[in-house]
Design a protein around this ligand. Structure first.
Ligand code: SF4
Length: 438
């Protein structure tokens, strides 16, 4: 007998989407079935992000749009989980008085108890305690070939612009056996690719008293039968070692795609960001990777408009982007986050200047991405088929080991298989090709 229907509204990073799989798992365990229709839902949960001001405003707007529905359906349960819940529970209750519960990032495991509680009395429940475990929660993994698996929770780095350490707490590594067991479970359920998640995967195991580290974990997972590919995010350039590069090089499944967020090309700004490395260190790391794995791809994150960023600092970022020639870059405008050091720094950059710099950076990066993809025309690339293309369900899409998105025609039963595709056309963000028939 189903207990009702639930609707999950998810925003944020991979970690947030993976937390949502644990929320869905608990709801299904409690007898709820998913729906995409607000009118059908008995429970609506917002799994939230607070990394940028705009994300927050959007979430409050969406929750307040449900007031009329709640008036017509008083038994409807509305809840908020995730980073915004952890950061601003009092503000949430003030701005959204019709909300029923606010659950913090460490308290996801309390969901079923909270729903049971709310069925008895409807006083809003707030639980944002700093301790709690996300271990062994039922997971409702999203369909597909890739399974997301946490290896750490939280972060100790306190980059001056980042809210994550304040809402996800200190870095905590999962026991290696627990991680490996979850990987085996996912493979047994038919997943072909594993994405290891952590705010800084490279320091995995530092708090486990030498029982494990990132390299040994990668090597253990790499040997598991049924695994086609291993990916991981997010890396920190300061902690990416030679050993890790060689492990990727000598592995069977670990993909030759390195996502290394540099954030700025100016040493002065990197210092203000408390990133813990210099542009010279970063360039040396890139050279090292390309020396050992010439065909690898390197992508990054970049922030423009950090407080105090001068034209010279920005020019240093553009110069670094030209020097490294990233395959792709996720570019952001600095957004001051209340509670972070950078939010109170002097010389905040005017919004029009930020937008100009972002546009200039994106133009340069798009040219580089396209120039890197064009020579792939004519090559046969191995693709793990993920499913129908989001933009055109008549064709398939998948990724190369270097994380290039490839579209091609082929039968649906290729999903989950490794295939060869001859690249026919190349664009800034995608490749189009033809299936190589056996
Ligand atoms: S490494 Fe820095 S940017 Fe990344 S989550 Fe930690 S504090 Fe935030």
């Amino acid at each position: 007998m189903i207990a009702g229907k639930y609707l999950l509204k998810i925003s944020g990073c991979q970690m947030s989407f993976h937390d949502a799989e644990a929320i869905a798992g608990q709801l299904q365990h409690a007898g709820y079935a998913p729906t995409n229709n607000e009118l059908e839902a008995d429970v609506i949960i917002f799994q939230t992000c607070c990394v940028r001001e705009t994300a927050e405003r959007k979430i409050y707007g969406q929750i307040n749009q449900l007031q009329a529905l709640k008036r017509n359906k008083p038994d409807l349960i509305i809840g908020m989980t995730g980073c915004l819940a952890q950061k601003d529970q009092d503000k949430v209750l003030k701005l959204c008085p019709h909300i029923d519960f606010v659950l913090g990032t460490k308290r996801l495991g309390e969901l079923e108890a909270i729903l049971a509680n709310l069925s008895l009395n409807r006083h809003p429940i707030v639980d944002v305690a700093e301790e709690g475990t996300l271990e062994n929660l039922p997971q409702a993994r999203t369909d597909g070939v890739r399974a997301y698996i946490n290896i750490t929770y939280g972060c100790n780095n306190f980059c001056s612009y980042c809210i994550v350490p304040y809402v996800r707490g200190p870095e905590m590594s999962r026991e290696p056996n627990a991680v490996v067991a979850e990987v085996k479970d996912a493979l047994a359920s038919g997943y072909k690719e594993i994405m290891l998640l952590g705010q800084n995967v490279n320091t995995y195991g530092r708090d486990l008293g030498g029982r494990a580290d990132f390299v040994s974990l990668l090597k253990t997972i790499d040997n598991l039968p049924g695994l086609a590919r291993t990916r991981y995010m997010t890396s920190h350039p300061r902690d990416f070692t030679q050993d890790m590069i060689l492990t990727v090089k000598n592995s069977r499944t670990v993909c030759e795609h390195f996502h290394l967020p540099i954030q700025s090309g100016s040493n002065r700004i990197l210092k203000l960001m408390n990133r813990g490395y210099t542009r010279e260190h970063y360039l040396e790391l890139v050279d090292n990777i390309r020396t050992h794995i010439p065909h690898s791809s390197i992508t990054t994150d970049l922030i423009v408009g950090f407080p105090g960023e001068t034209e010279e600092d920005f020019a240093a970022t553009l110069d670094l982007v030209e020097k490294v020639r990233f395959d792709a870059a996720y570019t952001f405008i600095f957004s001051p986050r209340k509670g972070t050091k950078a939010a109170t720094l002097p010389e905040q950059i005017p919004s029009n200047v930020k937008k100009e710099r972002l546009s200039c950076l994106n133009t340069i990066q798009s040219r580089i991405s396209r120039d890197i993809n064009l020579p792939l025309i004519g090559q046969k690339l191995e693709v793990l088929v993920e499913g129908p293309s989001k933009n055109n369900p008549d064709i398939l899409s998948g990724r190369t080991r270097t994380n290039k998105l490839v579209h091609f025609s082929g039968p649906r039963d290729l999903v989950g298989h490794l295939v060869l595709v001859t690249i026919k056309r190349a664009f800034t963000w995608t490749l189009h090709g033809e299936l190589v028939s056996d």
